[in-house]
Design a protein around this ligand. Structure first.
Ligand SMILES: C[S@@+](CC[C@H](N)C(=O)[O-])C[C@H]1O[C@@H](n2cnc3c(N)ncnc32)[C@H](O)[C@@H]1O
Length: 213
């Protein structure tokens, strides 16, 4: 007995979707990555993505540092556990960060890129608004905010699977739902983030890049 019971416990969570989408996301992310600086992930979830990206880009982008975050304590514990198990010491411990809060925790350095995967449809619109406003405040001109997930687009027919997913999200919480890319773009522009590209991804998702003007 004795010692800290949490220190060596395995809190790793496994989110099955991450195994399917991590490689396509990494391939889309690669040309958007800066050569150096901090990559801040919002809504890291289990932490599997961030650990995978850090390992995948360790040789091609040795100047990057990685910072995860999530408002859910069990998710932060999972990321910390993955980080420890994989020996990813270049990654800072996860931050308790709720995108909808007006005051985000202090960062050790301004991020060179902000990444947010599968969050804005599964949180109130205020989380998307906060993400855009705070990211715009943190990023230097030209730096990128990269979003991944399902979006509604006026000119693109919504797939049956996304239509059903949207309905199930709204049933779980009426404040949730797949966002219109046009609405996100409008909100982003108001904050000084301009749409720089959108790339179709598997399973009717998009990778979307905004840049600080
Ligand atoms: C569907 S999970 C996605 C997790 C991970 N990015 C992935 O793709 O596996 C949604 C995540 O968003 C986080 N989240 C929910 N509301 C949030 C908010 N207001 N700010 C930041 N993260 C939030 C949840 O805690 C959860 O980890």
């Amino acid at each position: 007995m004795g010692g800290n019971p949490g220190l060596n416990s395995d809190a790793r969570l496994y989110f099955p979707a991450t195994e399917r989408n991590r490689e396509p996301i990494a391939a889309g992310l690669e040309p958007l990555l800066p050569a150096q600086g901090l990559v801040l992930e919002i809504a890291s979830g289990s932490g599997e993505h961030l650990c995978f990206f850090q390992q995948r880009f360790a040789r091609s982008h040795p100047g990057l540092r990685w910072q995860g975050s999530d408002p859910d304590a069990s998710h932060r514990a999972s990321l910390a556990s993955w980080r420890q198990q994989l020996g990813l010491t270049a990654m800072a411990p996860p931050l308790n960060l709720d995108a909808s809060h007006s005051a985000w925790p202090e960062l050790t350095e301004a991020p060179a890129l902000v990444l947010c995967i599968n969050m804005i449809h599964i949180a109130p619109w205020a989380a998307c608004q906060g993400l855009l406003a705070q990211t715009a405040r943190l990023l230097a001109p030209g730096a990128a905010l990269v979003l991944y997930g399902p979006f509604l687009e006026g000119a693109v027919a919504t797939s049956d699977s996304n239509r059903a997913f949207d309905a199930s999200l709204r049933q779980r919480d009426q404040r949730w739902g797949i966002r219109s890319l046009g609405a996100v773009e409008q909100e982003a522009r108001a904050q000084g983030l301009l749409l720089d590209g959108r790339w179709p991804m598997p399973a009717h998702n998009l990778l979307v890049c905004f840049r600080r003007s």
